[in-house]
Design a protein around this ligand. Structure first.
Ligand code: SF4
Ligand code: SF4
Length: 383
C-alpha cells in the first residue's frame, strides 16, 4: 500500500468493522485447534482476530481469505467472537478497496459472471434451463406444489447436471407437481456474500425475491445447502419468508409418505460426508442418513469426523472459486478418510462438495478406488 493516507483509512475501517465481536476475544486459541487449515498449513484465526482489534491486519495478505466459513471454530469459541462474520467484515474492507491477493483473483471472474449472467461460471443466462431440455420439465406456475431451484452448478456444470437430472427424475416418479424458473433463476448469492461483496449479494437476492413473488412461489426445493441457508436464514432480512426444503429432507418425506418406493438394490459400502451448510449451519444430519439407510443392500459406514465434527470440503466462503495449492486441499483429506473406513462410495448432498471431492479424486489418482455421488444419484438408482 503506497499511499499512507489511504492505508490509515483502511486501518480505521478494519478497527470499526470488527466491532465488539473482535474485542471479546481473550486469545484462548481454541479456534486454531479445530480449524482444518492447521492440518495442511499454518493459519491462525486467533491471530487474525487480534490483528483486527488493533487494526494491524495486512490488507493484501492471503490470510483473511482462507476461512471457508465451515463453522467449526464458532462452535468452540467461549466468547462468541463470531469469527465468520468478523472475517467477512475484513473481506468487505478489502473488496471495497479492490485489494486482492493472486489466489483470490478468480473471484473477480465469478463476480463478472454473476453481474452479467446471474451465475459465477460465466455461462449464458438464456441457457440456464437447458439441462432440462428433452426431459419435459415444466416452467413453474403458481398452481404447482413446489418450485425446484437447482442453482448454478447443477444448471451448468456437466458433473452436476447429472444431479439436476436425477432430482427431476425422482420428482416425476414420485408424482410431484413441480416446475423450474429456467433463465429467470439467478444465483442465490450466498457465497459471493461470504467474499465480502454485500452489494452484489443484495442485488441477486432482490432479483430472486421479485421473481419468486411475481410467480407465486411458496415452497422452494433446493439441491445446494448454500441456497438452502441463504433462502431460509438470510432472505428473511428482506421481509420475505418462503418455505425452503433441502432435497435430503424432501426425499425423507417422499419415502415416508410412500410416494417413492425403493425396490432396487445398491449393494455397496458407502460413507456420508456432511456438508458444512447442511450440517453445522442448519442442523440437518439425520434425514440424509435415514434416507440412505432405507436403500436395500446399502451399508452405511461413518467416518470418525462426521455430523457436528465433519471435515469441511474446502469449498465454502467463496473458496470454491479461489486457488488452493496442491497439498492444502481439505477434500484430499476427506477422500483419504472415506477410503480408510473402507467406503466404495462417498456420498454427499452439496454441489460444492461434489466439485471439490471430484477434483481431488482425479488429482489424487483415486478414481479407480472410490466413487463420489450425490444422494439423489443413489436414490435414483434404488427406485
Ligand atoms: S476461540 Fe474465540 S476467544 Fe478463543 S482465540 Fe478464538 S476467537 Fe478468541
Ligand atoms: S470457520 Fe472453519 S475455516 Fe474458518 S477459521 Fe473457523 S474453523 Fe477455520
Amino acid at each position: 500500500m503506497e499511499n499512507i493516507a489511504e492505508y490509515k483509512e483502511i486501518v480505521d475501517v478494519i478497527k470499526e468493522s470488527g466491532g465488539d465481536a473482535f474485542k471479546r476475544c481473550f486469545q484462548c486459541g481454541l479456534c486454531d485447534t479445530v480449524c482444518p487449515w492447521n492440518r495442511v498449513r499454518n493459519f491462525s484465526m486467533r491471530k487474525l482476530v487480534r490483528q483486527a482489534v488493533f487494526g494491524f491486519t495486512e490488507i493484501e495478505s492471503e490470510e483473511m481469505w482462507l476461512c471457508t466459513t465451515c463453522g467449526r471454530c464458532p462452535q468452540q469459541c467461549p466468547r462468541d467472537v463470531s469469527q465468520i462474520e468478523s472475517g467477512i467484515a475484513l473481506r468487505k474492507v478489502a473488496t471495497e478497496y479492490g485489494v486482492f491477493p493472486e489466489s483470490v483473483k478468480p473471484v473477480r471472474t465469478a463476480v463478472g459472471g454473476l453481474m452479467g449472467e446471474g451465475n459465477p461460471l460465466g455461462e449464458e443466462r438464456k441457457k440456464r434451463g437447458d439441462w432440462a431440455k428433452g426431459i419435459s420439465v415444466k416452467t413453474f406456475t403458481d398452481e404447482m406444489e413446489v418450485l425446484y431451484f437447482p442453482g448454478c452448478y447443477p444448471s451448468y456444470d456437466p458433473r452436476l447436471i447429472k444431479v439436476a437430472l436425477a432430482t427431476a427424475d425422482i420428482l416425476k416418479r414420485a408424482g410431484v407437481d413441480f416446475g423450474i424458473l429456467g433463465e429467470a433463476e439467478n444465483c442465490c448469492g450466498e457465497s459471493i456474500r461470504k467474499t465480502g461483496d454485500e452489494e452484489l449479494f443484495k442485488r441477486l437476492a432482490k432479483e430472486n425475491i421479485k421473481t419468486f413473488v411475481d410467480n407465486g412461489v411458496k415452497k422452494i426445493l433446493v439441491n445446494s445447502p448454500h441456497c438452502y441457508h441463504t433462502f431460509k436464514n438470510e432472505y428473511p432480512q428482506f421481509m420475505v419468508n418462503f418455505e425452503v426444503i433441502h432435497i435430503s429432507q424432501y426425499l425423507f418425506e417422499l419415502i415416508n409418505e410412500g410416494r417413492i418406493k425403493l425396490t432396487g438394490e445398491y449393494a455397496k459400502k458407502i460413507t456420508y460426508h456432511d456438508p458444512c451448510y447442511l450440517g453445522r449451519h442448519n442442523g440437518i444430519y439425520d434425514e440424509p442418513r435415514d434416507v440412505l439407510k432405507k436403500v436395500p443392500g446399502l451399508e452405511l459406514i461413518e467416518m470418525p469426523e462426521s455430523r457436528e465434527d465433519s471435515l469441511c470440503c474446502g469449498g465454502g466462503g467463496g473458496r470454491v472459486w479461489m486457488e488452493t495449492q496442491k497439498g492444502e486441499r481439505f477434500s484430499d483429506l476427506r477422500i483419504e478418510q472415506a477410503m480408510d473406513v473402507g467406503a466404495e462410495v462417498l456420498v454427499t448432498a452439496c454441489p460444492y462438495c461434489i466439485t471439490m471431492l471430484e477434483d481431488s479424486r482425479v488429482t489424487m489418482g483415486a478414481d479407480e478406488k472410490i466413487v463420489i455421488k450425490d444422494i439423489t444419484e443413489i436414490i435414483q438408482e434404488a427406485i
